[in-house]
Unconditional design. Structure first.
Lengths: 129, 160, 546, 112, 93, 969
C-alpha cells in the first residue's frame, strides 16, 4: 500500500466510502440470494451487486487511481458498462429457463403458457435455429 | 461493405481502446485501426441495424435510468435487510409492448433487468407481450406505467 | 556456429512443420499427404543418422559442447538446451527407423481410416524426438505431452469400440501421470531452483539434508510418472489393451513410446543419482524389483494371451521389465547389453505389431475387425471411402513370407539365435554372469541368479506362446486362405527384420557404440560440462558475431 | 497463507482423487479438473507465496521482491495443456458412451 | 491517516466480499434447483470481480484490472451457456 | 586345405537352403533334390579333403571377430572328432537327400523340405565346427528350430504339429539351460573359446559353480539326446517324414547331446557328480528305452525308442569317465548312425509301399520286397549287436567297460546286469521288427495291398549304409580304424588309451554277456510274441504313465491355466484399480523417501492468517468437496462446483501476485465450462441407482477409496506446505528477472519466459493444443451418440410442441423469443471482445496478457455468436477455418524461431528493441511478439475447432446403426 500514504485525506475517505458502499451492496445482494424465498425473488438480489455494488467499487478504484497516477483513469468504467450490459442477459436467460421448466412441470406459482395472442408481424432475430 | 459500417460503434471502440491504454494521439490512431477491423467483424454478422432518430434523448434516458437504479437499490436493500419481518409481495406482471425495434427492446430489457426489483422474464414476439417479475408488487399499474411511460415511450422516440 | 549445428533442432522442427503444413491440404489428397509425410520421415532419418555419426565421434569436452544447442541463445541453465550425445542420437535413429516403415505400412490402407493421420504421425515424431533431445526437465514434460497428445489421436485413429475403450483408460492413466510429472518437476524446482538436468546434477550435491528429502520425494513422484510410461508393473495394465487396440502402423511406432520412459529413467538415474552423488543409487532397488515383477507379469501375460495383439502388448512389458531390471542393476556391462536389447526388442515389437495385422487379415476374426473399422469409418463421410489397392501390388508368396516373418519375430522375442534377440540376451546375461575381466573367483550374487532365471523364463514363455499361436495361425487354420497383402505392407516388416539381422551381423561395432554410450552416461561430469560449458553465440570465445 | 493454501490444495487433491476413483466417466473428468487446479496451485506454490509483490518489472525494485516467475510460466503451460487434455478426455468419454451405451469407465457396467 | 482509513476500508471490503462469495456458494450448494445454483455461480463471479478490483486498490497496481475486466466482459458466457443448457438441453444448436 | 574353407563348408548348406527356398514355385520336383544332393555331396567331399589336416590331434581353426568384447567370436574349429562327425552329417545327409527324392510325394512342397533339410545340415555342421561355446549354443538352438520345422512339415496333421511343438519346447528349454551353463563356464574360465575351456578342466572342476554349470549343460545335452526323463519328445517327433527321422532323429541331431558330452569330456568328466548325473540318466534311458521299444506297434516308434536306448548306452559310457569307454562311445555314435539311419529308411520304404507302419498289420513282406527285407534284417542285426556287424563291436566294448569298476557304487556294480538286460531287450525288439514285418502270412489289412520293391535309387542309401555296417563289422581296423583313431586322439589327447578293434577277443566276460543277451532276448521275444500281436500300443506298467501326456498337461496347466489365472489376478482390465494403484504408489513414492530421511511434518503456526483469504479458501474447499459429493447424480451441480473451485483458484493467483495466471485460468475456466456443457448433452440424462451402494462390499470399496483420497490429500498438503515454506534456493528465476527487460525486451517476466527464455516450451504447448484439437476433430467425425441421446433434448421437444400447438406460432419461435434480446447484446459484444483480445495480445510482453489469453478471448468471441445464433446462423456469417488457423499458428511460430538462423543465431533467438514510431511513441518490437502471434492464431483455431466440433454433433443426423457387413479384405 505504498501509494496509499500519498493519498490526500479527502480521496482516502471517498475511496473508502465507495468501496464500503459497493462491498456492502454486494454482500446484501448475496444475503438476499440466500434469504429470499422463491427463485424469481432471488433473481433480483444479485442486481444489487451488479448495479451499485459494482458501481461503488468501480468509483472507488477510479478515484484512487486518478489521484495516485495524477491522470484521469477511466478504464474501470468499462467494467461497469460490461457488467451492466451482460448481467441482464444472464438473468433473463436464466429466468426464462426457470419459467419454462416450471411450466413444463405445471408449477402453479408461475403464469401458464401464453395461449392467446394477436397477429403481430414477426420480427425475427438472428436465431434461426 | 463500407469502410466504416458502424460509425458509432467504431467510435465507442476507439474510446474503449483509449480507456484501456491511454488517451494519446498514438493510441487514437492505433485504436482507430483496430476499431475499424473490429467493426468489419461486426458487419460480417449482418446484425439488425438500428436507426437512431433522436439520439440526443439518449443521455436523458441514461440519466433517468441511473436515478431509478439508485432508488430501487435502496428499495431492494430495505426489503432484504428487513427480511421476513416485512413480507414483500412479489409477483409476475404482463405488459403489452408496442416497441418493435430489436435494439430498443434489448435496451429496455437491460434497463428493466439492471434495475433491482424488476426482472425481464419473457417477451412473446407473436403478440408483443412482456412478462416481468417484480419483487415488490404493491401496485401493478405503477410498474406498468414505469415500463410503458417512462422507458418505452422514450425508446420509441429514440428509435422509431 | 555452422549450419550443421542447427541440425540438432531439426528432428523436432521437421515433423512440426510437416505436420502443420499437411493441415493445409484437403483430407482427400491422401496420397500427396502420405508422400510429404514419407519425405519428412526420410529426412528425419537422414538427420538422425547424421547426428548419430556426430555423436559417435564425440570425444573430449569441445566435441561434447558442439552437441549442445542453446535454444534462443540463452546459456544453460537459463534457457532450454537440446543435447545430442550417444544415447539421444541412438534413440533418434531408432525412432526414425521405426517411423519410416510404419508410415509406409500405413500408406496401404490405414491412413484412410480417419482424419489427419499424417499430421498426427509427424507430431508424434516431434514429441518423441523432443523428449530424446531435450536437456530440460520441464521441456521434457512438454514433449511428453506432445507425444502423448499425438499418441491419443493415433490410438483412436480409426475409432471403433475397442480403441475408444482402451483409449479412455490410456488417456485417464496418462493424464494422472502427467499430473504426477508436474508435481515432481515443481518439487524439484522448489528445492533446487533449476530445471536444467545438467544444472540439477550439479546442484543436487549442494542441497541440504532437509531439502534433500523433498528432492527425493519429488524424484519419487517423477519416477512414478516415468514408470507408468515405461510400463512397470503394477502401473502397466493400461498398456497391453492400448497397444492391442491401436491400428497396426500406430502400434508399430508405439513400440518406441514405452522406451521414452526407460530412456528418461536411464538418463536421470545416472545423471542425478549416479555414483558419487549424495543420493547415489536412489530408487535402483525399486527399478530392479519392479523390473523383475514386470518381466514376470509380462511373461505370464504372453503365455495367457490368446490373441496375437495382446501377446505383442505383453511383449512390450517383457521388454520394459528387462530394461528396468538392467538399469536397476546399475552396472556398465549390463547397461551396454541392455541398450543393445532396447534397440533389438523395439525393432522386433514394431515389426511384430505390423505383421500381426497382416496375419490376422487371413483369419475371420481379423477380417471382421477391419470390416467393422471400415464400416464405422466409411459411414460418416463419403469422401473417406477406402482407396483399395491405392498403394500398389499384392505380395507374391504371401503365406511363405508371413510365415518366415512370424518365425523371425518368434525367434527374436524368445531370444533364440541367430537374430539380434539372442545377441542382446547374451550380452546382458554374459555381463551379469561374467563381468568384464572374468574374475572367476567372485561369487555370483543370489539375485543375479533370479534375474537370469526370469530373463530366460520370459524367453521361454515367448517361445511357448509364439509356437502355440504360430501353429494355430499358420499350420492349423490358414490353409488356403492367403490374405491379400500388399508389397508396401510386407516391405516394412521385412525392413525392420532386416534391421535386426544387420544388428546381429554388425553386433561388434554396435556393441562398441553401446559401450561408449554407457561410458558416456557414467561420466556425468562430461555431460554437465558440455551443457554448462556451451557458449552463446556472440559470447567471448566464440566465432565472430555475424 | 501457506497453511491455508496447502490445506486447500490437499482438499482439492483429495476430492479429485476420490472422483477419479469413481466408476462414472463424468466423475473422472470432474476429478481431473480438480486435480489440475490442485497441481497448478502446487506448482505455483513452490515459488513461494508473496502478497502484493510487483508482477511487472519496475525500476528500482530488487529482484528478491518479485514473485518467482518460473513456476508461473510453468503453471501457464500446465493450464493450457490441462485444458487440452480435458477437452480430449471429454470427447473420448462421449465417444465411449456412444459406442458402449454406458458411461462406466470400463465401457460396461460392473456386476461386482 | 489516509493509509489507515484505506486499510480498514479495504479489510472490511475484503471480508464483506469474501462473505458474499461464501453466501453465493451457499446458494450453489443448497440449490434447490439448477437455476438457483447457476445464479449462485454468477453471483460468485461478480463478487470475485469486485474482490479483484479491491486488490487493485490495495496494491496500488492496475494489473488486476484485466482479470476483473475479463470477468465483467466474459464471465457471463459461462452462465449464459448454463442457462441455455437448462432452457434447451443443448448449448449450441 | 586352407582354414577359410571351413566357412565355405559351413555356409554351403545355408546358401543351398536359401537357393532351394527360392524354387518355391517351380514345378520340377527333382531340381531341389539335385541341388540339395549336390550341396551335401560337395560338403562331404570338402570335408574329406580336410582329413590330412586333422590327423594326430591337429586342429584347423578359423576365426572372425564378431563380438570380441564379450568373447563371442565366429570361431570355427575342426579336429579329428569334429571331422568324423562332419563326415557323418554331410555323408548321411547326402544319402538322406537321395532317399527323400523318391520318398516325398508330388503333392508335398518339395523345395521347402529340402530347404529346411539343408538349413538343418548347416546348423548341425555349426554345432560340430564351433570353436566358441556360445557359437555352439547358437547353432544348437538353430537345430531345434529346423527340427521343429521339419517335424511339422506335414502340418495339416495334428500329430505333426504337436510333435513339433513338443520337440521345440523340450529342446528349447534345454538350449536355454545350455546357454546359461556355457555362460557359467565362461565365468569360470574367463573365455568362451573351446580350446581354452578344454584346457581348463581342473579349474572348472574345482570351481564352486562347477555343479550348476554341469547340471545346466547336461540339461541341454540330455534333452537334445532324448535322455530319460526328457525322452518322450522323440517318439512324437516320428510324425515327421521318414527321411527327417532318419537324418535328424537317429543319425545327427539327437547325437548333438552326446556329441557335446564328448566335446566337453576333457573339461567336465571324471568327477563324482558327472558320474552320477550322467550315469543315472544314461542307464535308465538305456534300459527303459529298450524296454519301451519292444512294445511299440509303430515301426518308427520302435526305432525311436531304440534310438533313445542306444543314446542312453552312449551316455552311460561317457558317464564312466574312462578313456576306453569314451572311445567306445565315439565308436558307437558312428555305428548307431549307420544302422539306425538305414533302418529308418527301410521303415520308410515299408511305409511308402504298404501305406502303414503298424506292426500288427504288417506281415510277410519278405515275399514282396526280399531285397529291402534283407537289408533291413542286416541292419537289425547290427542294432541287436550280432557279430560281424558294427553294432557288435561297440557293444562289446561297452560290455567290457560295464564290468570294470569306475566309481565304486551301487550304480557301478549294477551296470553289468543292466547292460545285459538292455542288450536282451534290444535283441527282442530287433527280432520283433524282422519277424513281424517280413515273415508270416501275407498282410491282409494294409492300405496298399500290393507292395513291391522301391525304385532303385531309393534303395541305394540303405544299401550303402548296410554295406558300411558290414565292412566296419568285419574289418574294423581297416575301415573305420584310422578315422576313429583320429577322432579319439583329438578328444582324449595324451589320455588316449590302447584299444583294439578286432572282432574276436576270445571268450571273455563281455562275450558271455552278449550271448546271454542274445538268448535271453530271443526267448523274451517269443514269449511275448502272441501278446504283442494284439496288445495295445505301449509298454505294460508304463503305458499309462506317458511322458508326453504329462508334459502336455503340465504345459497346458502352467502355460495356459495358471498363466491366465495369474494374469487376471496380477493385473486388471478395469480402470479404477489402475488409478487406485497410481494414487497409492505415488503417495508411497513421495513419502517412503521422506520417512526414511526422518521427515517430520511440523505443525505450522496459526499466525498471520488473513481472514478474507481463509474465507476464500473455505469457499474453495467447500466447492471441491461438494463437487466430489454431487458429481454422480447432479452433473450440472458438479460442474458449477468446480467452477467455484476454479474462481477461487483464479482469485488466489491474483491475490498472490500472479495476474497472468489469474487471467489465463479465468479464460480457460469459461471455455471449459462451455465445453463440459456441450458434452453433457450426450451423457445419459439422469442415472438411476446403478450400483447397490448400500451393500457391504460397496461400502468397503468406498471406504478404501476414501482412505486413498484422504491420504493423497493429506500427503499433498504436507508436501505443499513443506515446499512453500522452504528457504528460496538460488533459482534461475533471478537471471530471468535481471535479464527480462535488458535482453528479453519485456517487463512482464512471465511472458518473456514464455515467449523468449523458454519459448520452446510454448511451442510444444501450442503443438499439444493443436494436436488435441485435431484428435477431437478426427474422433468426432466418427462419433456415434448413444441411441437414447440421438433424440432432441426433452426441453426442446416440449417447447417445439408448444409452438406447434399455437396457431400464431411457428416451430422455433420459443427459442427465437428466448434469444431475441440476448442475441442483440451478444452481437454487439462481438467487436468489443475482438478489440479486447487485441488489447490483451498487444500488451502481453509488458503487462499481463499475451498470445494465449488473447487467443482464448478471441475464441470466446466466436463462441458467443454460436451460442446466440446457433451453428448454422454463425457459420453462415463467419467463415472460420480453424484447421488453417492451427496450421498457420504453428508455422508462424516456427518461422519466427527459424528467422534467427539467417542472422547466425540458434533457433528462437529473439531480437528485441523499442521502436519509436511517430505519434505513438515507444513500441516494443520483439520478434517474440511475432512468436506470440503464432500462439494467438493457433489458440484461436484450436479452441474454436474443439468447441465447434462438439457443437456440430447437434446438427448432424445420425443414421440408425446397422450391423457391420463382413468385408473381404
Ligand atoms: Na433487475
Ligand atoms: Na503475458
Amino acid at each position: 500500500m505504498s501509494q496509499a500514504a500519498d493519498l490526500p485525506l479527502w480521496a482516502a475517505i471517498a475511496v473508502s466510502a465507495f468501496l464500503l458502499l459497493g462491498s456492502a451492496l454486494a454482500l446484501i445482494g448475496t444475503i438476499g440470494l440466500t434469504r429470499l424465498q422463491s427463485f424469481y425473488e432471488r433473481l433480483h438480489a444479485p442486481t444489487l451487486g451488479t448495479s451499485w455494488g459494482t458501481g461503488g467499487v468501480v468509483m472507488a478504484s477510479m478515484i484512487f487511481f486518478t489521484v495516485t497516477e495524477a491522470r484521469p483513469v477511466f478504464q474501470e468504467i468499462l467494467i461497469g458498462i460490461f457488467v451492466t450490459v451482460t448481467t441482464p442477459v444472464t438473468l433473463m436467460l436464466l429466468a426464462q429457463a426457470a419459467l419454462h421448466r416450471d411450466r413444463a412441470e405445471a408449477n402453479p406459482e408461475v403464469p401458464p403458457w401464453a395461449t392467446a395472442g394477436t397477429d403481430l408481424e414477426k420480427d425475427a432475430p438472428g436465431a434461426v435455429d | 461493405m463500407s469502410v466504416l459500417p458502424y460509425p458509432l460503434l467504431s467510435l465507442s471502440l476507439v474510446l474503449m481502446w483509449m480507456a484501456l491504454n491511454s488517451f494519446t494521439i498514438g493510441h487514437l490512431l492505433l485504436g482507430s485501426v483496430i476499431a475499424t477491423f473490429a467493426s468489419w467483424g461486426m458487419a460480417a454478422l449482418r446484425p439488425h441495424k438500428p436507426h437512431i432518430r433522436r439520439w440526443h434523448l439518449l443521455p436523458y434516458l441514461i440519466g433517468i435510468v441511473l436515478i431509478d437504479i439508485v432508488r430501487s437499490n435502496i428499495a431492494v436493500v430495505s426489503i432484504i435487510v428487513a427480511g421476513r419481518r416485512q413480507r414483500q409481495r412479489s409477483g409476475f406482471l404482463t405488459i403489452h409492448l408496442d416497441l418493435k425495434d430489436q435494439t430498443a427492446l434489448a435496451i429496455l430489457a437491460v434497463i428493466v433487468t439492471s434495475t433491482p426489483g424488476t426482472a425481464w422474464l419473457e417477451y412473446n414476439s407473436s403478440n408483443g407481450t412482456l412478462l416481468i417479475h417484480v419483487l415488490d408488487l404493491v401496485d401493478e399499474q405503477e410498474w406498468t406505467d414505469l415500463v410503458k411511460n417512462r422507458y418505452e415511450r422514450l425508446l420509441m422516440e429514440i428509435f422509431e | 556456429m555452422n549450419l550443421a549445428h542447427h541440425l540438432i533442432v531439426a528432428p523436432i522442427l521437421i515433423p512440426l512443420v510437416t505436420g502443420a503444413a499437411l493441415l493445409l491440404f484437403d483430407e482427400r489428397q491422401r496420397t500427396l499427404k502420405a508422400m510429404i509425410g514419407l519425405a519428412s520421415s526420410l529426412l528425419i532419418f537422414a538427420v538422425a543418422v547424421a547426428l548419430f555419426r556426430f555423436a559417435d565421434r564425440i570425444d573430449g569436452p569441445e566435441a561434447a559442447r558442439q552437441g549442445v544447442y542453446l535454444l534462443g541463445n540463452w546459456a544453460a541453465p537459463f534457457g532450454i538446451v537440446l543435447v545430442v550425445d550417444r544415447l539421444s542420437a541412438l534413440m533418434l535413429v531408432l525412432t526414425a527407423t521405426l517411423a519410416v516403415p510404419a508410415l509406409i505400412f500405413a500408406m496401404a490402407r490405414w491412413h484412410t481410416a480417419g482424419a489427419h493421420f499424417h499430421s498426427l504421425f509427424q507430431f508424434l515424431l516431434m514429441g518423441l524426438n523432443g523428449a530424446f533431445l531435450t536437456g530440460d526437465l520441464f521441456n521434457l514434460f512438454v514433449f511428453f505431452e506432445v507425444m502423448l497428445a499425438a499418441s491419443y489421436g493415433l490410438l483412436l485413429h480409426g475409432s471403433g469400440l475397442q480403441r475408444v475403450k482402451a483409449g479412455l483408460h490410456y488417456i485417464a492413466v496418462n493424464l494422472a501421470a502427467a499430473l504426477l510429472f508436474l508435481i515432481g518437476v515443481s518439487l524439484i524446482y522448489g528445492v533446487t531452483g533449476t530445471l536444467n538436468m545438467a544444472d540439477l546434477a550439479e546442484r543436487v550435491a549442494t542441497v541440504g539434508a532437509e531439502q534433500r528429502m523433498l528432492l527425493e520425494a519429488g524424484a519419487g513422484i517423477l519416477g512414478v510418472a516415468f514408470l507408468i510410461k515405461a510400463g512397470m508393473w503394477p502401473l502397466n495394465f493400461w498398456l497391453p489393451p492400448a497397444y492391442t487396440a491401436a491400428s497396426a502402423p500406430v502400434a508399430g511406432i508405439f513400440a518406441i513410446m514405452s522406451k521414452v520412459g526407460i530412456y528418461v529413467i536411464l538418463r536421470l538415474t545416472l545423471l542425478v543419482f549416479g555414483e558419487g552423488t549424495p543420493s547415489s543409487g536412489f530408487g535402483l532397488h525399486i527399478l530392479l524389483i519392479g523390473g523383475l515383477a514386470t518381466i514376470t507379469f509380462g511373461a505370464i501375460g504372453v503365455l495367457a494371451s490368446q490373441a496375437l495383439g495382446r501377446l505383442a502388448g505383453f511383449s512390450v512389458l517383457v521388454s520394459s521389465g528387462t530394461m528396468l531390471t538392467a538399469i536397476g542393476m546399475s552396472s556398465g556391462g549390463i547397461t551396454t547389453g541392455a541398450l543393445f536389447y532396447l534397440v533389438s526388442s523395439t525393432l522386433t515389437i514394431s515389426a511384430f505389431f505390423m505383421l500381426i495385422e497382416l496375419v490376422e487379415r487371413g483369419q475371420d476374426a481379423g477380417a471382421s475387425v477391419l470390416a467393422v473399422t471400415m464400416e464405422a469409418y466409411g459411414d460418416a463421410d463419403a469422401d473417406d471411402e477406402e482407396e483399395e489397392g491405392g498403394g500398389g501390388f499384392a505380395m507374391p508368396g504371401t503365406m511363405a513370407m508371413l510365415g518366415i516373418c512370424f518365425a523371425a519375430c518368434g525367434i527374436l522375442l524368445a531370444g533364440l539365435p541367430p537374430l539380434s534377440g539372442f545377441v542382446a540376451k547374451f550380452a546382458m546375461l554374459s555381463a551379469m554372469l561374467n563381468p568384464a575381466g572374468g574374475d572367476s573367483a567372485a561369487p555370483v550374487p543370489a539375485y543375479i541368479w533370479f534375474v537370469v532365471f526370469l530373463i530366460i523364463l520370459s524367453g521361454l514363455s515367448a517361445l511357448i506362446a509364439m509356437t502355440r499361436t504360430g501353429i494355430r495361425t499358420f499350420w492349423a487354420s490358414m490353409e488356403g486362405t492367403a490374405p491379400r497383402v500388399l508389397v508396401i505392407e510386407m516391405a516394412p516388416v521385412l525392413l525392420l527384420l532386416f534391421a535386426t539381422m544387420l544388428l546381429t551381423v554388425q553386433a561388434g561395432p554396435v556393441m562398441r557404440y553401446m559401450d561408449a554410450t554407457t561410458e558416456a552416461l557414467g561420466a556425468t561430469h562430461h555431460y554437465v560440462d558440455a551443457v554448462t560449458g556451451a557458449r552463446r553465440v556472440g559470447a567471448p570465445g566464440q566465432e565472430v558475431q555475424p | 497463507m501457506e497453511l491455508i493454501l496447502s490445506l486447500g490444495i490437499g482438499i482439492m487433491t483429495g476430492s479429485g482423487v476420490w472422483l477419479i476413483l469413481r466408476p462414472r466417466t463424468y466423475q473422472v473428468i470432474i476429478g481431473l479438473s480438480l486435480l489440475s487446479y490442485a497441481v497448478n496451485l502446487f506448482i505455483f506454490g513452490v515459488g513461494g507465496l508473496k502478497v502484493n509483490a510487483p508482477a511487472i518489472l519496475t525500476d528500482g525494485v530488487p529482484v528478491s521482491a518479485y514473485t518467482d516467475p518460473v513456476p508461473q510460466a510453468l503453471v501457464l503451460t500446465a493450464i493450457v495443456i490441462g485444458f487440452a487434455t480435458t477437452a480430449l478426455f471429454l470427447v473420448v468419454l462421449l465417444a465411449s458412451r456412444g459406442l458402449t451405451g454406458t458411461d462406466h469407465v470400463d465401457g460396461r457396467e460392473q456386476s461386482q | 491517516m489516509s493509509a489507515i482509513i484505506l486499510y480498514y476500508a479495504l479489510t472490511a471490503a475484503h471480508v464483506m466480499l469474501s462473505l458474499a462469495m461464501a453466501l453465493a456458494l451457499l446458494r450453489m450448494i443448497r440449490g434447490p434447483r439448477a437455476q438457483d445454483r447457476v445464479l449462485g455461480l454468477d453471483t460468485l463471479y461478480v463478487n470475485s470481480m469486485l474482490l479483484l478490483l479491491t486488490f487493485g486498490i490495495g496494491s496500488g497496481r492496475t494489473i488486476y484490472f484485466e482479470a476483473a475486466l475479463i470477468i465483467g466482459l466474459l464471465g457471463f458466457v459461462a452462465t449464459v451457456a448454463l442457462a441455455k443448457f437448462l432452457m434447451r438441453g443443448e448449448v449450441i444448436e | 586345405m586352407p582354414e577359410k574353407f571351413l566357412l565355405l563348408l559351413l555356409f554351403l548348406p545355408f546358401v543351398g537352403s536359401i537357393v532351394t527356398a527360392l524354387l518355391w514355385r517351380t514345378a520340377a520336383r527333382t531340381l531341389p533334390a539335385w541341388l540339395a544332393g549336390g550341396v551335401a555331396l560337395a560338403a562331404t567331399i570338402l570335408t574329406a579333403f580336410y582329413y590330412p589336416s586333422v590327423t594326430n590331434g591337429k586342429i584347423v581353426r578359423f576365426e572372425i571377430a564378431w563380438l570380441p568384447e564379450l568373447g563371442l567370436n565366429f570361431t570355427l574349429r575342426l579336429d579329428g572328432f569334429a571331422w568324423l562327425f562332419t563326415m557323418l552329417v554331410t555323408g548321411i545327409g547326402f544319402l538322406v537327400v537321395v532317399y527323400a527324392r523318391y520318398y516325398m510325394s508330388a503333392e508335398d512342397p518339395i523345395p521347402r523340405f529340402f530347404s529346411f533339410l539343408l538349413a538343418f545340415m548347416g546348423a548341425m555342421l555349426g554345432i560340430v565346427l564351433s570353436g566358441n561355446i556360445i557359437l555352439l549354443a547358437i547353432f544348437w538352438e538353430l537345430t531345434s528350430i529346423f527340427s521343429f520345422l521339419l517335424i511339422g512339415y506335414w502340418y495339416h496333421n495334428a500329430n505333426a504339429r504337436d510333435g513339433a511343438r513338443m520337440a521345440l519346447t523340450i529342446t528349447g528349454i534345454g538350449g536355454f539351460c545350455l546357454l546359461i551353463g556355457f555362460l557359467l563356464l565362461g565365468h569360470i574360465v574367463g573365455s568362451y573359446d573351446l580350446d581354452e575351456i578344454l584346457a581348463a578342466g581342473e579349474v572348472i572342476q574345482q570351481h564352486s559353480l562347477y555343479l550348476p554349470a554341469l547340471v545346466l549343460i547336461l540339461m541341454g545335452a540330455l534333452t537334445k539326446s532324448a535322455q530319460f526323463p526328457f525322452h518322450f519328445w522323440l517318439p512324437n517327433a516320428m510324425a515327421a517324414p521318414t527321411p527327417v527321422s532318419a537324418y535328424l532323429h537317429s543319425a545327427t541331431m539327437v547325437k548333438a547331446g552326446v556329441f557335446l558330452l564328448v566335446r566337453l569330456w576333457p573339461a567336465l568328466s571324471g568327477t563324482f557328480e558327472w558320474f552320477w548325473l550322467v550315469g543315472i540318466a544314461g542307464i535308465s534311458t538305456l534300459v527303459l528305452g529298450a524296454y519301451f521299444a519292444i512294445f511299440q506297434r509303430d515301426l518308427k516308434g520302435l526305432l525311436a525308442y531304440s534310438t533313445i536306448s542306444h543314446l542312453g548306452l552312449i551316455t552311460t559310457m561317457l558317464s564312466l569317465g574312462s578313456p576306453l569307454a569314451a572311445v567306445a562311445a565315439i565308436f558307437h555314435m558312428v555305428n548307431h548312425a549307420t544302422f539306425k539311419a538305414s533302418l529308418f529308411m527301410a521303415a520308410g520304404i515299408i511305409d511308402h509301399e504298404t501305406g502303414t507302419r503298424d506292426m500288427q498289420k504288417l506281415s510277410g513282406l519278405f515275399r514282396f520286397m526280399p531285397y529291402t527285407a534283407t537289408l533291413a534284417m542286416v541292419a537289425c542285426a547290427a542294432m541287436a549287436g550280432v557279430p560281424l556287424l558294427n553294432g557288435f563291436l561297440s557293444k562289446e566294448m561297452f560290455f567290457a567297460e560295464a564290468v570294470e569298476t569306475h566309481a565304486d557304487s551301487i550304480l557301478d556294480r549294477a551296470l553289468p546286469y543292466l547292460a545285459t538286460l538292455a542288450g536282451a531287450f534290444s535283441v527282442a525288439y530287433s527280432i520283433r521288427f524282422i519277424h513281424t514285418v517280413f515273415f508270416g502270412p501275407p498282410p491282409t489289412d494294409i492300405p496298399n495291398p500290393h507292395p513291391h520293391e522301391p525304385p532303385r535309387w531309393m534303395r541305394f542309401p540303405v544299401e550303402f549304409l548296410v554295406f558300411a555296417c558290414l565292412i566296419v563289422g568285419i574289418v574294423p581296423s581297416l575301415s573305420i580304424g584310422p578315422f576313429l583313431g583320429t577322432a579319439v586322439i583329438s578328444v582324449l589327447g595324451s589320455d588316449t588309451p590302447q584299444y583294439s578293434l578286432h572282432v574276436w577277443h576270445g571268450v571273455n566276460l563281455p562275450l558271455v554277456m552278449s550271448v546271454i543277451a542274445m538268448i535271453g532276448g530271443t526267448i523274451l521275444y517269443f514269449a511275448l510274441h502272441r501278446y504283442l500281436a494284439h496288445a495295445e500300443d505301449g509298454p505294460p506298467i508304463f503305458r499309462h504313465l506317458r511322458g508326453q501326456r504329462i508334459f502336455e498337461r503340465i504345459l497346458v496347466t502352467v502355460s495356459w491355466k495358471w498363466a491366465r489365472w495369474l494374469e487376471a489376478n496380477l493385473g486388471t482390465r478395469r480402470l479404477q484399480p489402475q488409478l487406485r494403484l497410481v494414487a497409492g504408489i505415488s503417495f508411497l513414492a513421495a513419502f517412503v523417501p521422506l520417512y526414511f530421511s526422518g521427515f517430520e511434518a511440523k505443525l505450522p503456526p496459526l499466525t498471520g492468517v488473513d481472514p478474507a483469504f481463509a474465507m476464500l479458501w473455505a469457499i474453495g474447499m467447500l466447492s471441491a468437496l461438494s463437487a466430489a459429493v454431487v458429481a454422480k447424480y447432479h452433473r450440472l451441480a458438479a460442474l458449477l462446483m468446480i467452477g467455484g473451485a476454479g474462481i477461487v483458484t483464479c482469485v488466489t493467483f491474483a491475490w498472490l501476485s500472479a495476474p497472468d495466471l489469474a487471467i489465463t485460468q479465468l479464460l480457460v475456466e469459461i471455455v471449459t465450462t462451455v465445453l463440459l456443457l456441450l458434452g453433457l448433452r450426450w451423457l445419459p440424462k439422469r442415472l438411476g441407482k446403478v450400483d447397490d451402494s448400500t451393500s457391504f462390499t460397496a461400502r468397503i470399496r468406498r471406504l478404501r477409496d476414501f482412505a486413498i483420497a484422504a491420504t493423497c490429500g493429506v500427503g499433498m498438503s504436507i508436501l505443499a506446505y513443506a515446499v512453500m515454506t522452504l528457504p528460496v534456493p538460488d533459482t534461475i528465476a533471478n537471471y530471468f528477472l535481471e535479464h527480462a527487460y535488458t535482453e528479453g525486451g519485456g517487463r512482464n517476466v512471465v511472458n518473456v519466459i514464455l515467449v523468449d527464455f523458454r519459448g520452446f516450451d510454448t511451442m510444444g504447448e501450442i503443438a499439444v493444443l493443436g494436436i488435441v484439437a485435431l484428435t477431437v476433430f478426427a474422433l468426432l467425425r466418427r462419433f456415434r451418440p448413444a441411441v437414447e441421446s440421438i433424440e432432441v433434448p426433452e426441453q426442446q421437444r416440449i417447447q417445439n410442441a408448444y409452438d406447434h400447438d399455437q396457431p400464431e406460432r411457428q416451430e422455433g419461435d420459443t427459442v427465437r423469443d428466448y434469444l431475441l434480446v440476448p442475441s442483440v447484446v451478444m452481437q454487439w459484444l462481438f467487436p468489443v471482445i475482438i478489440t479486447f483480445a487485441i488489447f490483451l495480445f498487444m500488451r502481453g510482453h509488458d503487462l499481463p496478457g499475451g498470445g494465449f489469453a488473447a487467443g482464448i478471448t478471441m475464441a470466446i468471441a466466436f463462441l458467443l455468436q454460436y451460442l446466440g445464433g446457433g451453428t448454422r446462423w454463425a457459420e453462415d456469417r463467419l467463415r472460420i477455418l480453424p484447421l488453417r488457423w492451427i496450421s498457420l499458428g504453428l508455422l508462424v511460430a516456427v518461422a519466427t524461431g527459424a528467422g534467427s538462423w539467417f542472422l547466425g543465431y540458434p533457433f528462437l533467438t529473439s531480437h528485441s528493441q523499442y521502436l519509436t514510431l511517430p505519434l505513438i511513441g515507444k513500441v516494443p518490437a520483439a520478434t517474440a511478439l511475432l512468436f506470440d502471434l503464432g500462439v494467438f492464431v493457433l489458440v484461436v483455431g484450436a479452441t474454436v475447432l474443439i468447441l465447434i466440433a462438439i457443437a456440430h454433433q447437434s446438427i448432424r443426423t445420425y443414421r440408425v446403426k446397422t450391423p457391420p457387413k463382413p468385408e473381404d479384405a
